[in-house]
Design a protein around this ligand. Structure first.
Ligand code: BMA
Length: 377
């Protein structure tokens, strides 16, 4: 009932540009996270890694070892600042996600990362509710799960399972851990069932708003910050095509990989972030490079020659390197990789912020000064 009240699909003409979270009942920890993110972007950009502590190219988390490993830590001497995890298959009631990370382990790793001052971002490669195929089954489905659709009941069940997991994310003091939630990403591409090939922009926007309404109003979830991120865009219009509106999005993002080579990557990232920066400033919101990485043959200096010049001074709050799954599918450095030394150089730059650095930003109001002191040592 109040669902319709607080979250309606409206034009955004009256959306406030007060820089506050869209969820007016957001918990104090969630409000504090947004403030920290804003501070971070004044100092540089936080470095993130998907599944950072769950596995790497040459290892997998084993309970018995009780270890807290990370490829980035091995190479650079500090942990990432941002931790990405994917909730795909939580909707099925499965005990592990689509990449075989158990949800119990994920909860544990989220709790540990958060206790150490890390920032959590969650994506959701959920199955196709109409066919039960994967996220990549592009049979039309969005129309079926909107209010009144034939698979609505099933979708609500799926969202309730998602909500249960989100609600179980508590810190060691029993407080909900604030997380950045980034559902239905890369919608301008045509590889997911919620994407451009299978959903109209109106259907997509309705899916976004209705899902938020279920989480916020039905399940009383107030520890999420919502991020919207298309894949590489060609224009502002393309960014806006599926944008559900300023009332329903906290953070603007974009996912960009170098599928077309380094030169195209530098150009894409630079131009995309310029477009998004302009929009973010107009809306008084922060923005991020929500997924990135080198998909080509490894080169020794990719970090400082390709990635760094693309993001330096762009204004992003963080960038997230995708997962280190196996020898032919990895995005962050690991011990022995050809670009190891270059990543250490990348880390030494003032504006690339790892876990220790964002902890300084969190803990002290004069963090900017502390941070530069620390880095000059
Ligand atoms: C993709 C790939 C897949 C994975 C999915 C969700 O980009 O890494 O192997 O299943 O992300 O993590």
């Amino acid at each position: 009932m109040n669902a319709c009240h607080t979250l309606r699909i409206t034009t955004d003409l009256s959306a406030p540009k007060d820089g506050k979270l869209i969820d007016k009942k957001a918990s104090p920890e969630t409000v504090a996270l947004l403030e920290q993110l804003k501070q971070i972007s004044k100092n540089g950009f936080a470095i993130g890694h998907q599944d950072a502590t769950a596995y790497g190219v040459n290892w997998r988390y084993k309970d018995s070892l009780n270890a807290y490993w990370s490829d980035i830590k091995d190479v650079a001497g500090d942990y990432p600042a941002v931790y990405g995890f994917d909730l795909g298959h939580i909707e099925l009631g499965s005990d592990h996600n689509l990449d075989t990370v158990s949800f119990d382990l994920m909860r544990d790793l989220i709790r540990k990362a958060s206790a150490k001052g890390g920032i959590i971002t969650l994506s959701w490669h959920l199955n196709n509710p109409t066919t039960d195929g994967s996220s990549w089954d592009t049979s039309r489905s969005v129309q079926d799960i909107l209010k009144g659709g034939s698979k609505r009941e099933k979708y609500e069940l799926w969202v309730s399972r998602l909500a249960d997991f989100l609600n179980s994310l508590e810190d060691f003091n029993g407080r909900k851990i604030p997380v950045i939630f980034r559902p239905f990403h890369e919608m301008n591409g045509s590889w997911f069932w919620w994407g451009a090939g299978s959903s109209t922009s109106d259907e997509y926007k309705a899916l976004w708003v209705e899902t938020l309404s279920l989480l916020i109003n039905k399940h009383n979830i107030h520890h999420l910050i919502y991020a919207y991120s298309p894949n590489t865009i060609n224009s502002e219009n393309e960014f806006n095509r599926f944008y559900p509106g300023d009332r329903y999005v906290d953070i603007l993002g974009v996912d960009i990989y170098n599928h077309n080579g380094d030169e195209a990557f530098v150009k894409d990232v630079t131009e995309n972030l310029k477009i998004i920066k302009k929009l973010a400033e107009e809306k008084n919101k922060i923005f991020a490079l929500t997924e990135t990485g080198n998909t080509k043959k490894p080169t020794a200096d990719w970090w400082t020659r390709v990635l760094y010049p693309s993001v330096k001074d762009s204004g992003i709050t963080w960038l997230l390197l995708w997962r280190n799954a196996r020898p032919n599918h990895y995005f962050a450095p690991f011990l022995g990789i050809i670009s190891e030394q270059d990543f250490i150089l990348f880390k030494s730059f003032k504006d690339t912020l790892f876990l220790n650095e964002i902890n300084l930003i969190k803990s002290s109001p004069s963090s900017q000064k502390n941070l530069s002191n620390q880095q000059e040592q």
